[in-house]
Design a protein around this ligand. Structure first.
Ligand SMILES: O=C(O)c1cc(=O)[nH]c(=O)n1[C@@H]1O[C@H](COP(=O)(O)O)[C@@H](O)[C@H]1O
Length: 235
């Protein structure tokens, strides 16, 4: 049973355990999940997962694995064995890589949700052209989401701008985890394909990843409450 039905995942992008836990201690595991990404995990290691699990949080371990199939599968297995709720790979690693990762989890009967990043929300059409992809972000997201679904992923990371198409293409149960969420009060920063929380849920996102609009706000809990009110929750 999930500890929360909230779609909110708060990105704990901090350089050390103390500052990540200072934010986590203001959050309620009944009202959101938390995400541990490359910066925090590389600096702190698995201790951060233990500390967050002890506080009752479900964790998205966002390490975006992208390697040969065997290496990726073993890394995904290691993530899942930490007991995290969700982890991810890059869909551009290809079908064999994703299949190997999915198989590693099912072989051990591990229930960690495994999703694939399609096109980073910081990228726009010119960024794709720069790496040799002569397609729109939507075309590339659709292509990689289809491949991810065929390869046994539970869902994808995409921008909320693409979720209506993916709902039609992959169905409502396929997870659409969307970062690049920017409430009207927040700066876009390095994100490019953005939407507000309300727009993203209306578009069909199943989960919203939100970092700086909450963690860098002058009053993080007020920012979170404003987002919950926008989503119609009890803030
Ligand atoms: O996989 C992710 O979580 C991710 C994928 C993506 O395409 N874009 C993206 O921003 N993210 C992550 O989502 C978070 C967004 O944080 P903010 O831009 O501060 O809200 C960061 O931790 C990113 O690493």
């Amino acid at each position: 049973m999930p500890v929360t039905t909230s779609p909110l995942i708060i990105a704990l992008d901090y350089p050390d355990l103390a500052s990540a836990m200072a934010m986590a201690d203001q959050l309620d595991p009944a009202r959101c999940r938390v995400k541990v990404g490359k910066e925090l995990f590389t600096r702190v290691g698995p201790d951060i997962l233990t500390a967050l699990h002890q506080r009752g949080f479900e964790i998205f371990l966002d390490l975006k694995f992208h390697d040969i199939p065997n290496t990726t599968a073993q890394a995904v297995l290691a993530a899942a064995e930490h007991g995290v709720w969700m982890t991810n790979v890059h869909a551009s690693g290809g079908a064999r890589m994703m299949e190997a990762a999915a198989k590693a989890l099912t072989a051990r009967n591990l229930k960690t949700q495994l999703i694939a990043v399609t096109v980073l929300t910081s990228m726009e059409q010119q960024d794709l052209a720069d790496v040799g992809l002569d397609v729109t972000p939507l075309e590339q997201v659709e292509r990689l989401a289809t491949l991810a679904q065929q390869s046994g992923m539970h869902g994808v990371v995409c921008s909320a701008r693409e979720t209506p198409s993916l709902k039609a293409l992959c169905g409502p149960d396929f997870l659409k985890v969307t970062p690049g969420i920017r409430p009207s009060f927040a700066q876009a920063g390095d994100q490019r394909r953005t939407m507000t929380p309300g727009e993203a849920m209306a578009a069909g996102s199943t989960h919203l990843v939100i970092g700086r609009p909450v963690t860098q706000a002058d009053e993080p809990m007020m920012a979170l409450s404003a987002i919950e009110r926008e989503l119609g929750g009890l803030a």
